[in-house]
Structure formats: structure tokens, C-alpha cells
Design a protein around this ligand. Structure first.
Ligand code: FUL
Length: 695
């Protein structure tokens, strides 16, 4: 044996011994195979489309007629194409919502598509959607409401057979199903085959969940079951689109069940001492409602809102189930398509280039010094290799040394969850100009954690685990430099004449002008609200100080300020008398009064008035929206004369946006907006914004 051979043998023996270092023992509850597959999906679509789409409701009563279900251009391939292009991995459809109408021709009820005019009663929406999902390489999932306001037997044992039979149909006839969604909602009242009564059930016992879950396991062994308490995927405890930053994929599962979600905080954050692996799914709609309402066409979530939702769900160890309320044509509305494509583009840009890949990396501890668990595993792009530390070493850090100073603002980490969720506390630091700066101090990681950090240019990044339930096992870290979101700033002026400029993004600078010129970095920089106590135009622009890039310009014209305006009369049960003038669309004045009702405003001095603006309540419910009005002007408050304008705010029910009314100029100090009628015909009117237009 020569020297070379001896070295080779020693090296081989050394490597073999290293590779024999045992992996860390699994810690705590572990994910099942089906849960592991589900974690990888991360982002998928919800579709709320059913009878409610045609009745303009969120919860139907159960007495709707199958004839009303009649989409004119239904195209499930459009849904699948949008989902695919948005980077989503699957679609879950409301096969049956609380009103009981079935999107498939169930053999067990007449209350389904088979008695609708759609496709002459020969349609099967689940067939069309499952086919479209296959064509586009998407997973297919079903929402089946346990509560059924149509069925005569609901609340009795007989209904359970019906429910189970329907579940069997859904899980047998449409190929592979990745998730079955059991909604816990139950409002009690309903049509119930004509009984029209309140039927209360005990959520924990009535449905005999064990039997239901067995059916799912038998027919679709890889399908995850979602509900308030799993058993595979848990609700996140809100419908707004966020999980807590601290989010354990663990829960004391037996304390929960579908419809049993008393402790929302545990659903939002999980439980460190949970007994089962039960990760959170964030369900949220791209509009305020789950179902399509034309009056929400202008309320599709903006890019900053959608990005917040993504980072507060996928970025916080949850999956994101984002809902499209498909419209009465049977299509995802253009506004929703625009919004989701903007999100997809932004996410692509955010994660375009992993700046940690290929860099030098070092660790303070590597399990038994073994190559198998070395630090480089976290940047090798392989999900099944990981860095682990010695047993008992729960504090350890990884340092990425960049080959040159690198600008970044995102950090992504993943634990190797087949061995359990372990990290309790971690920290991110950056070496900037030779000194360590702390960028973030955080808690859990789990399947995936993504941090939005201040933008820094650093020579090194240090990821320190400060506490863990057992030795940390990290499969992946990534570093990105996301471009800033440079939307046109929102410009608002309140009653004091204070102008506020808002952007949905931290770390961007805003520049503005008030003389009509186009703003740029040599214009005034916005640092605090400023006063505009006259007519004027505010133009604003957002700029990324690092890249120098800027977004589109906002130009907002303001008429006379409302500083001295007074709402007159006896407003009775007025709430928020200042709301119509505060410039904030989220606040509204609500007046409870019989109609017609006069809203009188003293403008403080005489003006030549040539129009007015009315912004109805922007809340989720259609509430006190004036549809027929009269508008009068007076200079003495006693004589009003004929209306200077009267009529209807056209289509305001469906489109409750800012209304612009103009007329021939009239001089006066007092204006009277008479609410002749409202869309909901209640003794209530609401005003979110009001303005006059002067000459
Ligand atoms: C809730 C339901 O009541 C809503 O209508 C919607 O389906 C949402 C996803 O779940 O509990």
C-alpha cells in the first residue's frame, strides 16, 4: 500500500464515520405524509361561486330556486389559468354552501345544477373544474358545508346519511382531492324544506365527525381535512389574511372541532405545547365578501394589501388560501385578475435572486462535525438535506459571508419539519461597515418563515438561533433584495386642512408639490402632515432611496377646506359627525331618521357653488346608501327654493363609489342634501364623505 492509498483509506474511513453520525431524534408531534405534501403547496385558490352569486348574498336561506343559477359564460379553464399564472398550486371550490345548492348533479337532492338552466341542466361544475385543474396541473379541493339550510332533515339523524352520501360523491367522482374543507359556521335559521325555523345543533356531537373523517381517509387517503380543529389543517382564527408572527404548527387538537373555535388566539399562533401537528391555513378573500357583489368591484385588494397578506401567511408558517368571488358570468372578474397578476409579478420580483446561494457559510456548531449535517446544506437548494447541531446545543448561528457587499431586505428560513418544529427564538444581524447591526429578533420558523427587513448593504449576514425545543434542524435559508412597491401615494386632507400622504411600503420616500408641477426628488420631501387651507392640488410620488426608482404620480385636487363647516340640525342618533369631512373613507356618519331626511351644512361663508361630492359608506354591508337625493343652497338658512339638483345617484347600489354632481353655479352659505331614499330602505342614512365644488 503506498502513501496515497493509505491517505485515501483513512479519508474514506473518516468520511464514513462522519456520515454515520445519527440524525437528531424527532421532537414532539410530527407531520403526516399528507401534511408534508400539503405544506409544499403554500399558495392556492378558493372559489366562492354558487347560488349566492346570483342572489347577491353571502349566506343564502335555502329557499332559492335552482332556476336562478344561470352563469352565462362559465369557464373553469379561465379560473385555472388565472390560478396557474398567479403561482397558485390548486383550487378549492364551494361545492355546496350553507344554502344547500349543489354545483354537481347529486343523486341525493333536486336542489342542484341539474334543475338549473345552466347547460340545460346537464352541467356538472365539479367535473368541469376538476378537468380544468388536471389540464393546468393544479390540485383540486372541495368545500362542503355541513350546515344545509335547504334540507328538510337538517338537524335530525337522517341528514347525516345525506351529508355522507354527498361527501362520497365528491370524493369518488372527480379524481384526486387534495383538501376537504369543513366550515364550522352555523347560524341556526333556515328554510329547511319549508319549515322556516331555527335549528340548533351541537357542533361537537351532531355530525359524528369521526365517521365523516373515516370516509375521507377511505376514499382520498392523501386529502387533508380542514376545519377549526383539523384534523390535518387548522383555521387561522380570522378571515382577514394573517397568522401571528409566532406560529406553531402544533395544537391541542382535542380542544377543537369543526365549529368549535373558542380560543381564536390558539388558532392564530398555534400552541407550543400542542399535542398534534396541525398547521394553519389563512383563508381570505381578494374582496371584502366571499361571494361576488358588483358593489365591491372597486374594493378589490390593492398590491400592498395583497403583499401584506402573503408575508403574513406564507411568510408566517401558514398556507394562503386566497378567494376569488367568481361573478355572475362565471368568470373571475377583470379587476381581480389584474390584482392577482400584480401580486404574482411582485412576488416573482421579490424572490428573483437568492443572494445566499453560492456564498461562503460557516456555523458555530455542526452535529458531530459530520458532513451529513453541515451548514452548506442550508444553501444547497435541496429540501431534504439540513444543518443540525449537537444534541443539547440549542443556541447556534450560521454566518453567510458575501463575496462582495450585498444589498438585501428579505430573509427566508425553513426548518426540516419531518423532525418536528423546534425553533423558539432567532435573530438576524448584518455586518454593515465593519459592525454588526441587529435587523430582526423573532420567534418561530416552522415550515417557512420570511422576514421583510430594512434594506441594508452588508458584507455578512448572521442567523442566530437563540432558543429551541431541541437541537435546531434547518433545511434552507435564502436572502433576497425585493424591489420597493412604488404605488401612487394616497393623498388625504382632514377637516383641519392637514394633508397626509400614505404609501403601503416602509422605507420609501415621498416627495410632493402643491403648485401643480410634477414632483421629483428635488421637490419637498414628505415627513409629516402639512396644511393646505385653500383650494389646491397635491401631487405626490414614492421613491426608493436605494435604487432611485419612482412610481406613478398621484394628483389630488382639493376644493375649499371644510375647517369651519358645521353640520346643523338635530342629528338625533348621529355618530361621528366629523366623519364626512375627515378625508378618511373608512369612517362614516350614520344618522338614524325617517326619510326624507335633510342633512344641512353651514359652510361658514358665501361661495359660488357648482357641484358636490357624496361618498357613501364604504363598509362591507350595504348600509344607508342614499340613492335618490335633492340638493339645495341657501344664503340665509330660512329660504331654500327649488333644488339645484335632484335625482338618482345612478347604479350606486352596485357601485358605491364617490359621486360627482354638477350644476349651474348658485351663491350661498348653507347647503342641504336631502336623502329621499336609500338602497336598503331602512331608517338610516350614512355619509362617509361630503364636499362642495366651488367656482
Ligand atoms: C365562513 C362561511 O360562513 C363564509 O360564508 C365563507 O364560506 C368562509 C370561507 O367561511 O365560515
Amino acid at each position: 500500500m503506498n502513501k496515497f492509498q493509505t491517505i485515501l483509506i483513512i479519508a474514506t474511513l473518516f468520511m464514513l464515520s462522519c456520515n454515520q453520525a445519527p440524525p437528531p431524534a424527532p421532537h414532539g408531534p410530527l407531520p403526516s405524509e399528507r401534511q408534508l405534501a400539503w405544506h409544499d403547496l403554500e399558495f392556492y385558490a378558493f372559489i366562492h361561486f354558487n347560488m349566492n352569486t346570483f342572489t347577491n348574498m353571502e349566506w343564502g336561506m335555502g329557499d332559492e330556486k335552482p332556476e336562478w343559477f344561470n352563469p352565462t359564460e362559465l369557464d373553469t379553464r379561465q379560473w385555472a389559468r388565472v390560478a396557474k399564472e398567479a403561482g397558485m398550486k390548486g383550487i378549492i371550490i364551494t361545492a355546496k354552501h350553507h344554502d344547500g345548492f349543489c354545483l354537481w348533479p347529486s343523486a341525493y337532492t333536486e336542489h342542484s345544477v341539474k334543475n338549473s338552466p345552466w347547460r340545460n341542466g346537464n352541467g356538472d361544475l365539479l367535473r368541469e373544474l376538476s378537468d380544468a385543474c388536471k389540464e393546468y396541473g393544479l390540485k383540486f379541493g372541495v368545500y362542503l358545508s355541513p350546515w344545509d339550510r335547504n334540507h328538510a332533515d337538517y338537524g335530525k339523524p337522517e341528514y347525516l346519511d345525506y351529508f355522507r352520501n354527498q361527501l362520497r360523491e365528491l370524493l369518488t367522482n372527480y379524481g384526486e382531492v387534495f383538501e376537504v374543507w369543513f366550515d364550522g359556521a352555523n347560524g341556526g335559521t333556515g328554510y329547511y324544506g319549508g319549515a322556516n325555523e331555527n335549528r340548533k345543533i351541537d357542533n361537537r356531537t351532531y355530525y359524528q365527525w369521526d365517521t365523516v373523517f373515516k370516509i375521507v381517509r377511505e376514499l382520498q387517503p392523501m386529502a387533508c381535512i380542514f376545519s377549526d380543529g383539523g384534523p390535518d389543517v387548522r383555521w387561522v382564527g380570522n378571515e382577514e389574511g394573517w397568522a401571528r408572527p409566532t406560529n406553531w404548527s402544533l395544537l391541542k387538537r382535542d380542544d377543537f372541532a369543526p365549529g368549535i373555535a373558542e380560543n381564536l388566539e390558539h388558532l392564530r399562533a398555534g400552541q407550543e405545547d400542542g399535542t398534534h401537528w396541525l398547521p394553519a391555513e389563512v383563508d381570505v378573500s381578494i374582496r371584502p365578501g366571499w361571494y361576488y357583489h358588483p358593489y365591491e368591484d372597486h374594493k378589490v385588494k390593492t398590491l400592498p394589501q395583497l403583499l401584506d397578506i402573503y408575508y403574513h401567511s406564507v411568510g408566517r408558517n401558514s398556507s394562503l388560501l386566497l378567494n376569488f368571488p367568481v361573478d355572475t358570468r362565471g368568470l373571475i372578474h377583470e379587476n381581480d385578475v389584474d390584482a392577482i397578476m400584480k401580486l404574482a409579478e411582485a412576488l416573482k420580483a421579490d424572490f428573483a435572486k437568492d443572494l445566499a446561494a453560492g456564498q461562503k457559510i460557516s456555523a458555530t456548531n455542526v452535529r458531530e462535525n459530520s458532513r451529513k449535517f453541515r451548514e452548506a446544506n442550508v444553501i444547497d437548494g435541496k429540501p431534504d438535506t439540513y444543518w443540525a447541531t449537537d444534541d443539547g446545543t440549542v443556541e447556534a448561528s450560521l454566518t453567510v459571508e458575501f463575496s462582495q457587499p450585498t444589498t438585501f431586505n428579505r430573509f427566508l428560513a425553513q426548518e426540516y419539519i419531518p423532525l418536528g418544529q423546534r425553533v423558539r427564538k432567532f435573530r438576524i444581524e448584518a455586518m454593515v461597515d465593519g459592525a454588526w447591526q441587529t435587523l430582526a429578533e423573532e420567534t418561530t420558523i416552522g415550515y417557512k418563515r420570511i422576514l421583510r427587513l430594512p434594506t441594508v448593504t452588508a458584507s455578512k449576514l448572521r442567523f442566530s438561533i437563540d432558543d429551541a425545543k431541541a437541537c435546531p434542524v434547518i433545511s434552507n435559508i435564502q436572502v433576497f433584495n425585493a424591489p420597493k412597491v412604488l404605488e401612487a401615494p394616497i393623498v388625504r386632507r382632514n377637516q383641519a386642512g392637514e394633508v397626509t400622504l400614505l404609501t403601503g411600503e416602509e422605507g420609501v420616500e415621498v416627495y410632493y408639490t402643491t403648485d401643480g408641477t410634477t414632483p421629483g426628488t428635488s421637490s419637498a420631501r414628505y415627513t409629516a402632515p402639512f396644511i393646505l387651507d385653500s383650494k389646491g392640488v397635491v401631487s405626490a410620488i414614492a421613491v426608493d432611496p436605494h435604487s432611485g426608482q419612482s412610481g406613478p404620480v398621484t394628483r389630488q385636487t382639493f376644493d375649499i377646506p371644510s375647517t369651519n363647516w358645521v353640520l346643523l340640525g338635530e342629528p338625533g342618533q348621529n355618530q361621528r359627525a366629523e366623519a364626512p369631512f375627515d378625508g378618511n373613507p373608512a369612517t362614516a356618519l350614520t344618522i338614524t331618521a325617517k326619510l326624507p331626511y335633510d342633512v344641512i351644512i353651514d359652510l361658514g361663508e358665501n361661495y359660488s357653488i357648482k357641484g358636490f361630492n357624496y361618498l357613501p359608506n364604504q363598509g362591507r354591508a350595504v348600509n344607508g346608501i342614499i340613492d335618490r337625493y335633492e340638493f339645495r343652497i341657501s344664503d340665509n338658512l330660512r329660504t331654500w327654493g327649488k333644488p339645484v339638483s335632484a335625482g338618482e345617484f345612478s347604479n350606486i347600489r352596485n357601485s358605491p363609489v364617490l359621486q360627482y354632481i354638477s350644476f349651474e353655479p348658485v351663491k350661498g352659505r348653507y347647503v342641504k342634501l336631502t336623502a329621499v331614499s336609500t338602497v336598503d330602505n331602512q331608517e338610516r342614512i350614512s355619509i362617509s364623505g361630503f364636499n362642495v365644488v366651488t367656482e
